[in-house]
Design a protein around this ligand. Structure first.
Ligand SMILES: Nc1ncnc2c1ncn2[C@@H]1O[C@H](COP(=O)(O)OP(=O)(O)OP(=O)(O)O)[C@@H](O)[C@H]1O
Ligand SMILES: [Mg+2]
Length: 493
């Protein structure tokens, strides 16, 4: 009798609990209890605004808190939250607290809350996280809690970082300076592995970067800004920009692509650098063209100060990359060691790079036409990897046709006698250019080629601006050239 009645009581309790949990009543009970409990405590509030007072710099802590708060499981209990999926990892959904919503967290036995406040003030939009913490817990947990937020958000950033590409979209008035950088998700497909280049140089760059990442203390002891600068130079279409993309992915750093032609003067350039975050790659493409044309108020000394990174702030862990087609007419002060730590030459395609491209683009490890291609390369003929890659993409359904088209293109453009030094100049001569323009196809009859491919060759030439006369100055020795300055620095280090 007693047994059966206690069984009934247990069953009733289980059913009541199940009903409470399956309805909102349980949730309401918890909320009421929290409201009542709140009335019996004195609280301290801490604001974490998105921007510092002058509105020029982002508050790094705000980003960290935002990442941390989004990672809390209790965020799912807030009444409103925003769901996002990133462009790169579309299967990953992130939850972000909506404006004026509160989320609770527990740390070392103390309960705290974060509110995401959003206000419109004087035509500007202010976002602030407000931390609410019991006064009696404040001394005990505040510092360790903030450290905990730092380490959790750093860990999350590294784990699921979506690389961002920042571009300077033109400077505005002082009050809108903080909007100078615009960012988008960085989806460039290049990685260091997909770039056809000398494997020794690639490995050297990788280990140079890895040792740089570990040398924070070393740089600080020397009183040097913790940055590393690379100059990438070489003809058009040899993979400089792709290398920058691969570099950023290798480091998991955001990219700041500085368009100097949109920077009005030195102080704007300074401001741009101040607004970059640490752990970023700062890229200035075609520096040679900018320095030769000097189309804005940015002076050489402005560029030099920028390269030295003396205006960088907040952690200053940066990799700077400058690209050029030729460094022949560049002021020597630009290239001095310390300002440029390593110079990497991007040559036109040789047979080794060709084989990498054939493997990447056509899935060919070997082919009966390879010896013929090798022979043509040995006679000094060459094209840029971009040109060869383009032929391969267009003819990817037929690897044999792709190789034949490459052979014809090399024979057409790779006549070594056009270069006085016996080395290949891949640029079309003016006469060839005019032949092309006039539609004379005799030039294309030299090789095994089908008509479709002739057009293909012509199209990719147009695409990559082969008919442009570009700077002739380039290294002719063929390999990559890692600047002696990096070797020197390595020895010194
Ligand atoms: N070394 C390479 N390995 C693999 N692909 C390459 C290489 N070089 C160029 N490409 C391909 O050619 C295209 C153009 O390359 P990229 O823009 O990197 O050249 P670039 O050297 O920056 O040219 P430019 O000096 O004109 O800016 C890209 O699609 C890239 O994938
Ligand atoms: Mg480029």
């Amino acid at each position: 009798m007693i047994l059966s009645s206690s069984l009934i009581i247990v069953l009733v309790i289980i059913i009541v609990c199940a009903i409470l949990r399956s309805t909102s009543f349980w949730f309401l009970l918890k909320t009421w209890w929290r409201t009542i409990e709140d009335r019996f405590h004195v609280y301290q509030f801490y604001k974490v605004p998105e921007y510092n007072e002058s509105y020029h710099q982002e508050n790094q802590l705000y980003q960290k808190v935002s990442t941390y708060v989004s990672s809390l499981s209790s965020i799912e209990d807030s009444d409103f939250a925003n769901l996002f999926s990133s462009c790169e990892k579309s299967n990953e959904i992130s939850v972000q607290l909506d404006s004026n919503q509160t989320v609770y967290d527990t740390f070392l036995g103390a309960r705290v809350s974060w509110k995401n406040e959003e206000k419109c003030e004087k035509n500007s939009f202010c976002r602030t996280f407000v931390l609410k913490i019991k006064k009696r817990d404040k001394r005990r947990i505040l510092r360790p809690y903030l450290q905990h937020i730092h380490s959790v958000s750093d860990e999350i950033d590294v784990r699921r970082k979506e690389i961002k590409l920042y571009t300077n979209s033109g400077t505005g008035t002082r009050t809108t300076d903080r909007q100078t950088w615009r960012s988008v998700g960085f989806t460039h497909p290049s990685t260091l592995d997909t770039i056809a280049m000398d494997s020794d140089v690639k490995n050297k760059v990788k280990s140079d970067l890895e040792s740089f990442l570990k040398s924070k203390q070393y740089y600080h002891r020397l009183g040097r800004v913790w940055k590393r600068s690379y100059l990438l130079y070489g003809p058009s279409g040899t993979g400089k920009s792709s290398f920058v993309a691969g570099l950023a992915k290798f480091l998991c750093y955001d990219i700041y692509d500085v368009d100097l032609s949109k920077v009005s003067d030195n102080s704007d350039l300074k401001l741009l650098l101040l607004q970059t975050s640490s752990r970023s790659v700062i890229v200035v493409e075609d520096l040679d063209k900018f320095l030769n044309e000097k189309s804005t108020g940015v002076s050489l000394s402005g560029v030099l100060n920028f390269m030295d990174g003396i205006f960088s702030c907040c952690g200053e862990e940066r990799v700077m990359v400058f690209t050029m087609n030729s460094k022949d007419h560049i002021d020597h002060s630009i290239l001095r060691p310390g300002r440029i730590d390593a110079q990497i030459y991007f040559p036109l395609c040789d047979f080794t790079a060709f084989k990498t491209l054939a493997n990447n683009y056509l899935g060919l490890k070997d082919h009966k036409l390879f010896p013929q291609v090798e022979e043509i390369f040995q006679h000094g003929a060459t094209l840029s990897p971009a040109e060869i890659g383009e032929i391969m993409i267009v003819n990817r359904s037929s690897p044999s046709r792709a190789l034949k088209t490459v052979i014809t293109a090399l024979q057409t453009n790779g006549d070594p006698t056009r270069n006085a030094a016996g080395k290949m100049s891949r640029r079309l001569s003016e006469s060839e250019s005019s032949k092309e323009r006039s539609g004379d196809e005799s030039v294309d009859n030299s090789g095994v080629i089908c008509r479709e491919s002739v057009h293909t060759v012509r199209e990719f030439r147009k695409l990559y601006g082969l008919l442009r006369m570009k700077s002739s100055g380039r290294k002719t020795s063929g390999g990559f050239d890692l600047n002696s300055s990096v070797e020197k620095t390595e020895k010194e280090g």
